[in-house]
Write a protein that binds this ligand. Sequence first.
Ligand code: FDA
Length: 411
Amino acid sequence: MQTIPFFDAVIIGAGAAGLFCAGQAGQRGLKVLLIDHSDKVAEKIRISGGGRCNFTNRDLDVRAPHKHFVGQNPQFCRSALSRYTPADFIALVQKHGIPFHEKHKGQLFADRSAEDIIQMLLAECEAGQVKRWQPCSVKNIAFLASGADGSSAGSYQIDTSQGPVHTRSVVVATGGLSIPKIGATDLGYRLAQQFGIPLVERRPGLVPLTFDGAGWQPYAQLAGLALPVQISTGSKKERMAFDEDLLFTHRGLSGPAVLQISSYWCEGAPLAVNLAPTVDLPEALQQAKARSRKLIANELATLVPSRLADAWAQREAEWQRPVNEASDKALAKLAEQLARWELTPTGTEGYKKAEVTLGGVDTKALSQQTMECKAQPGLYFIGEVVDITGWLGGYNFQWAWASGMACAQAL
Ligand code: FDA
């Protein structure tokens, strides 16, 4: 009878968290198998950061994870993030001689390509003699009451398309649901359900927002226009706001400001957008009225992008006249509406366009030190499959590295 191979740990998902965890665990001397159903590794790293991978963020404040992470309990990630920091990952990138640069708000990108980060993670796996099976799908996972390695501790049998394996630890690193065409599946959530691990409802995050077709018609002409805004949502007490760029699209709004706010937006709730956050609009329009005979749209075009100025002035008859002929009330209304444009999205562009999945494995069920399930010894969840979602700007990868490291040290 053929003997079933044994590994100290089997990691499912060769993405950011899985590759990193495998390399670190292997380098601790553990016999590690890494499985992915795709024939390529880390497709999301490859397309991340516009192909340059925003691999971490220097501004991460580990004492206040709620400033960069969303989830039912953002404090959960504090332990892992404080033990493996952006500085630790930067040191690894430097050790591999990868050139990088800072872009905006602490965001670090590879100078050449995301491929550098992937090759670094593969080299780390190589150094840990990690065995990799790809493409390989998982058919079934069973918990065996007694240890398959002869020990009395429980272990697991995983039936895969390349045959069965036994292991002491199963690490689920299958990521979220976004971009299904490059390999995202719900396996991680199904495994959680199989073992009775609670899940927090999933929805797309860091995603463009869409609006009702007819209602959006006046703004569809602005598709392609980008401008800095302040965007906010939520009640006064729980208001979230971001100062970032907004992009008009044919179906709605996108750009960093909208992706960030989408992770906080609840269906049916309005957004408030200040389209000229750095301009004192009431004052500027009053000054224009005192010195100019130009059309309001032309004066407005000196304060906000001209396409926006034109589209906005078309909204009211009293805004389609020379600025010196406009009433104070009409100018005040114009200033107020530009500074507080209220609109309610009808939906999102969904997982096809989302960068991440909000929700996932409930952190209440996991140890924040090790990422192991409290009620299921030897079963771990790391990375995006967990109910921890980072802001745009390298925070999601930092969570993948930090949760992967916490797990690797505990295996
Ligand atoms: P990840 O998705 O990386 O890996 C999961 C792996 O599991 C994949 O290899 C997949 O094939 C495998 N898998 C899935 N189902 C399986 C199954 N049934 N059987 C076997 N294997 C299975 N973040 C950031 O910090 N900076 C950035 O610049 C960007 N940019 C960005 C751009 C775009 C377009 C997207 C979609 C996302 C980003 N992100 C990002 C988010 C970031 O990519 C994401 O949070 C991490 O990759 C999550 O790492 P994980 O390892 O958890 O999942």
